[in-house]
Design a protein around this ligand. Structure first.
Ligand code: C2E
Ligand code: MG
Ligand code: MG
Length: 811
């Protein structure tokens, strides 16, 4: 709602009060003046009526007295009639003539006027209308025979000289009604003489003379007018009439107040009063308004000061003191401003303190935020390389799978550096870390548009590539990564040739869950490792099958270990110089149907992945120790037993103690034990492992380097190893019959081994030619199907004691 000012409301109030006062004033003035005017007119009318009535009554009484006297006089004898009449004529109103008519036709007239012959006394109105007795009779107005004027007459019977007659006084209406003619009521009021029959006899202007005033059956109304003023219409105009009857002859006097005149007069009288009233009110209103304006001026000034305060200017002071209320308001205003200033100062202080606290809090917040960001970064990123860590990779992959739009593919590349352990061991961990950083940088720089790189453990990385349209695209990226590693990595100014094995899995083609995708990519990567590393492989069902097989094998191994379902077979090693079997190699076999479809190589490989190999190794060693003790009881010259030891087992802290424990436990002679180790087992943690081997060697155990030629095949380091036999891998023996070159290699290996004081075992000798060549090359020990396939304990004893000896000798 729009707010109005005091001025507005004051104007409204003043106007309303003025209006009401004017209306009341006009109303009261009207009623008062109207009443007084009416009264004035009525008084005037009453007075005229009374005067006129008295006048007539007196006149008519006089006439009656005169007539009575005339009658009396005429009865006297010898009366001079004419003189008598003349005498009394002087007493009549307006010297009206007195008539005397006698029965005999004689007549007299006071004015001595001669009447025409046609004038018949007895026919005259005044004569005929006379009653009996001594009463005076009055006639209705009539036209005089002679003057043709309207007259009335009063008559009385008389006797004169014995004759009856009538004496009458005839009045001209005009003569007797001079009072009527002279009387006025206001300007338009009427004073009328009315006959008893209601005809107008006289008035000032001879208005409506002879007309009847009684019209429209208004007798009753007229009758009422005897007692009071009655509204009455005469000639179409409204009057207030009052009548009075003249007793003697029933005529009436009527006064009529003209209502219109009364009204006009009223308005005329009212006009100056109302005007004065309105002017007074206007003056009063204006004064009141001016007083009000003066009254609210200080308030307006205060309002202006308020608006300064509103704009923030508190340096204002209210000086208005004119009126008590305004003075108090000014005082209050000034106190309020002082209070505001005080509060402002306090607020300012508080504000500054708060500002300071806010600053402190802000810097604390910044610190916390920085710490939080750091923590977040640490929680999400790999601190060494700055790429994503495993946790955030999993989260990211999960989210991106969840929000997958269903059209594109996602590629997961599981990357594992090849031989990273070797780098770490040979160049130290710092270099290893730097290498990892470089690898992360290279992976981050591959050209895939939308990708994420994460390091999930030591030398394992996962690269997610989003929005792929086909399998070919991810293959192109994998190739690019392979090529990236063609360039040597520069770490501390050293050039390092690093390769990586990668497994690729695609969402949603291969799997639709994070775990499975990573697992499948990991499986594919292992395939690459198994196939010679440095490359990539896209996951397929065969890999899955292989993995499933591994799981089956793992379960089978577990079952075999638990239920003692493993057994050993033994393969003899023929000593060429001694011409007899001097060694047997213990080879593991499973009796379990769960593992029947897998060869021992698959079983051993899986056991190495799952770690079950350590348990197997210990079982085999114990079993081998027991077996050789048994065998040696059956043969002439004690044999050595070769026991394969897994690289993983050698790397264990307790490897040496495990071996020692079993030897002590079984009570076997350590000299009977040859441990077959592989090059890989030595290359990993070389120094530590060498020491372990020395410890065993000291115990009297022989060490054979198995599968020589498949690994590093460096003859340099053989010298530093505590081994005494090199076991040339079957692959060399297989090929030595194919070409001279291959046989030369074998010959050279044998010669070099001899040079550094090592004896040589040839493995996989299947043919007589191989046997003969190797014999020529002075290979000390030979193992292979040509000598004997692995066989059980009884068969071996039998062969050692009989057949084999014969067979070899026959060669
Ligand atoms: P290895 O230690 O090099 O064992 C020799 C393998 O060559 C044996 O296979 C043996 O049967 C096979 N072999 C020997 N001569 C010939 C031949 O003339 N022709 C052919 N075709 N093969 C021949 P096996 O028993 O299947 O063992 C395979 C591998 O499994 C072994 O290779 C060894 O690395 C591992 N292994 C076997 N038993 C054990 C064990 O008890 N412990 C560990 N750690 N590994 C074992
Ligand atoms: Mg072996
Ligand atoms: Mg071997």
């Amino acid at each position: 709602m729009r707010r109005r000012g005091i001025r507005f409301w004051a104007l409204i109030s003043i106007t309303a009060v003025s209006f009401i006062t004017t209306v009341l004033f006009v109303f009261l003035s009207y009623t008062r003046i109207s009443k007084s005017l009416k009264d004035q007119y009525i008084n005037e009318s009453e007075s005229v009526l009374e005067q006129s009535s008295n006048n007539f009554t007196v006149q008519f009484s006089n006439v009656q007295t005169i007539l009575a006297s005339v009658s009396e006089e005429l009865e006297k004898d010898f009366v001079d009639v004419f003189n008598t009449l003349q005498f009394y004529e002087r007493l009549t109103p307006s010297n009206s003539p007195i008539y005397l008519g006698l029965e005999n036709g004689q007549y007299y007239l006071s004015s001595k006027q001669l009447l025409p012959d046609s004038y018949k006394v007895v026919e005259q109105e005044w004569y005929q209308n006379t009653g009996n007795g001594n009463e005076v009779s009055w006639t209705e107005p009539y036209l005089d025979y002679l003057t043709q004027e309207l007259v009335i007459s009063a008559s009385i019977p008389v006797k004169h000289n014995g004759h009856n007659g009538i004496a009458a006084i005839q009045f001209s209406i005009d003569d007797i009604s001079s009072i009527i003619s002279q009387s006025v009521i206001g300007e338009k009021g009427l004073v009328m003489l009315i006959s008893s029959s209601g005809k107008i006899l006289a008035n000032r202007d001879n208005y409506l003379i002879s007309e009847s005033i009684i019209a429209n059956n208004q007798e009753a109304l007229l009758e009422r007018s005897f007692d009071e003023q009655v509204p009455y219409v005469i000639d179409g105009q409204n009057y207030l009439i009052h009548t009075m009857t003249i007793d003697q002859n029933g005529m009436s006097i009527l006064t009529a107040i003209n209502e219109k005149e009364l009204q006009n007069y009223l308005i005329k009288s009212l006009y100056p009063i109302v005007l004065t009233g309105i002017v007074t009110l206007l003056l009063f209103s204006s004064m009141a308004y001016l007083v009000l304006l003066r009254g609210i001026k200080p308030l307006k000034n205060l309002g202006t000061l308020m608006s300064y305060v509103e704009l923030g200017n508190y340096d204002v002071y209210a000086k208005e003191k004119k009126y008590l209320e305004v003075y108090q308001l000014s005082k209050g205003f000034n106190s309020m401003i002082r209070a505001i200033k005080k509060r402002d100062r306090e607020l300012n202080l508080t504000y500054n303190e708060l500002k300071k606290t806010e600053g402190q809090l802000r810097s604390k917040y910044e610190q916390l935020k920085a710490s939080e960001e750091k923590i977040l970064h640490l929680a999400s990123y790999d601190p060494l390389t700055g790429v994503l860590n495993r946790r955030s990779l999993m989260q990211l992959l999960e989210e991106s799978i969840e929000h997958h739009n269903g059209e594109s593919l996602k590629g997961i590349i599981f990357l594992d550096l090849d031989n990273f352990k070797t780098v770490n061991d040979s160049l130290g961990h710092t270099m290893g870390d730097k290498l990892i950083i470089e690898v992360a940088n290279r992976l981050s720089s591959i050209t895939a548009g939308n990708k994420n790189v994460a390091r999930i453990s030591g030398d394992e990385f996962i690269i997610i590539i989003h929005d792929l349209q086909s399998e070919n695209e991810i293959e192109a990226f994998a190739k690019e990564i392979v090529q990236t590693f063609d360039e040597p990595l520069i770490v501390d100014a050293k050039q390092l040739n690093v390769t990586a094995s990668m497994g690729v899995a695609l969402f949603p083609i291969h799997a639709d869950s994070t775990e499975e995708l990573i697992k499948f990519a990991d499986m594919a990567m292992y395939q690459v490792k198994g196939l010679g590393k440095n490359g990539y492989k896209i996951f397929d069902e065969d890999i899955k099958k292989a993995v499933d097989e591994k799981v089956e094998i793992e379960l089978g191994i577990g079952e075999c270990l638990k239920e003692n379902n493993f057994e050993l077979v033994f393969q003899p090693l023929f000593n060429v110089q001694q011409g007899r079997i001097t060694n047997v190699e213990a080879l593991l076999r499973s009796k379990s149907s769960a593992l029947s479809k897998f060869n021992i190589f698959q079983i051993i490989q899986t056991a190495e992945i799952t770690g079950q190999i350590i348990e197997i190794d210990k079982w085999v060693l114990r079993e081998a120790c027991l077996s050789i003790q048994k065998i040696n009881k059956e043969v002439e010259v004690p044999l050595h037993i070769s026991v394969n030891v897994s690289a993983l087992h050698i790397m264990q802290q307790d490897f040496v103690s495990n071996v020692k424990e079993i030897i002590e436990e079984t009570g076997v002679k350590p000299e009977w034990i040859d441990l077959e180790i592989t090059e890989t087992s030595l290359m990993e943690s070389f120094d530590q492992n060498i020491n372990k081997l020395y410890e065993l060697k000291e115990k009297g155990i022989s060490l054979h380097l198995d599968d020589f030629g498949t690994g590093y095949s460096s003859l340099n380091y053989l010298n530093s190893l505590p081994i005494d036999h090199v076991k040339i891998d079957k692959s060399f023996i297989d090929k030595m019959l194919e070409s001279k070159k291959d046989s030369k290699i074998v010959e050279t290996i044998i010669a070099l081994s001899h040079n550094i004081g090592l004896k040589v075992v040839a493995e996989g000798v299947e043919y007589k030619e191989q046997f003969e060549l190797l014999t020529d090359y002075q290979c000390e020990l030979m193992q292979g199907y040509f000598i004997s396939k692995p066989a059980n304990y009884e068969t071996i004893i039998e062969r050692v004691n009989n057949n084999l000896k014969e067979k070899i000798i026959s060669v």
